[in-house]
Write a protein that binds this ligand. Structure first.
Ligand SMILES: Cc1cc2nc3c(=O)[nH]c(=O)nc-3n(C[C@H](O)[C@H](O)[C@H](O)COP(=O)(O)OP(=O)(O)OC[C@H]3O[C@@H](n4cnc5c(N)ncnc54)[C@H](O)[C@@H]3O)c2cc1C
Length: 280
């Protein structure tokens, strides 16, 4: 492919796991109070996208769906070397489950245009379902390679190494395809000084920034609002409960055979006491 690959990377903004995000009275995460960050799993997808561009040429487009502050992670992606970003943001998306999310993102990908490879993270640190990547592939009628931890392109074909139970599997697929990247892939490289400086300059000129990062609505991408948000979501979260902070005391067990140690750790752990300590 002379002009290189048209690459899309899917990135999501999630509550910072280090910040103490509380719950709303209805059990949903209080996202307004939580600090925000790029989903850690998506850093590996971003690295895979940028590496593919570096090795084989082409361009990288980052796509995200979320409330307006999610533009922050598209700026971060731009600093790392992504060429452009699209944020799908619309109040009618609130309370979307994975079915509605994958539908809305699928319409956004179609709106963005042609592509050869779509990279997704394996899962997110908030929803944590690992369903969105495979659902996107289904909707786009694409072959999908999941749990990919390494890949190369040879004679126009992607050779991908997947993690499977007890080992690895190498699969060969022709683009267009969708790949979900495992967190054993190479870590995201540091952003370059040039990239960070460029984004800083762009932020001073909003009209120029708009050429690189576009915010779109359901109407722009031609998505049916009935299939988004609460209306388009058959999943109901019945209840969410806080079980207390993790952490506490730790003990070191050593000097015995592994199965003896496992038995000792399991029998020594009082789950009720642990949960009660977390609630205090
Ligand atoms: C009933 C219900 C109500 C919900 N209400 C809300 C709500 O009001 N607000 C809310 O924010 N969430 C809500 N969620 C969670 C939301 O549905 C999921 O976060 C979302 O569908 C993505 O699923 P996931 O986080 O499990 O992603 P996974 O499937 O674990 O993600 C895999 C990969 O898909 C890609 N991806 C996933 N989501 C996005 C995205 N948004 N943009 C770009 N790429 C993405 C990333 O590459 C990611 O690594 C709700 C869930 C349910 C079940």
């Amino acid at each position: 492919m002379a002009s290189g690959y048209k690459i899309i990377v899917m990135v999501k903004q999630v509550p910072d796991t280090g910040s103490k995000a509380g719950l709303n009275p209805d059990g949903t995460i209080d996202r307004a109070r939580a600090k925000r960050m790029l989903n850690p799993f998506d850093k590996f997808a971003l690295q895979a996208a940028l590496h593919t561009k570096k090795m084989y040429g082409g361009s990288v487009t980052a796509i995200s769906m979320g409330p307006p502050p999610a533009v922050e992670i598209l700026l971060e992606a731009l600093e790392h070397g992504v060429d452009r970003g699209f944020l799908l943001s619309d109040r009618r998306l609130a309370a979307s489950d994975t079915l509605a999310t994958a539908y809305a993102l699928y319409k956004t990908i179609q709106y963005v245009g042609d592509f050869d490879i779509i990279f997704c993270g394996l899962q997110t640190t908030d929803g944590d379902t690992a369903q969105v990547g495979p659902q996107l592939a289904e909707r786009l009628n694409l072959p999908q390679v999941t749990y990919c931890e390494d890949f190369s392109v040879q004679n126009g074909e992607v050779h991908a190494r997947r993690i499977i139970e007890g080992g690895h599997q190498t699969v060969i697929a022709k683009p267009p395809l969708l790949v979900t990247i495992a967190n054993s892939y190479h870590p995201l490289e540091y952003k370059s000084f040039r990239g960070a400086w460029r984004v800083q300059q762009l932020q001073r000129k909003q009209e120029e920034l708009a050429q690189y990062i576009k915010t779109v609505t359901l109407d722009d991408v031609g998505a049916d609002p009935e299939r988004c948000g609460l209306k388009g979501s058959p999943t109901i979260v019945a209840k969410t409960e806080k079980v207390g902070e993790l952490g506490g005391s730790c003990s070191i067990h050593e000097g015995k055979a592994v199965d003896e140690l496992v038995k000792e750790v399991i029998t020594g752990c009082n789950v009720k006491e642990f949960l009660a300590a977390g609630k205090k």
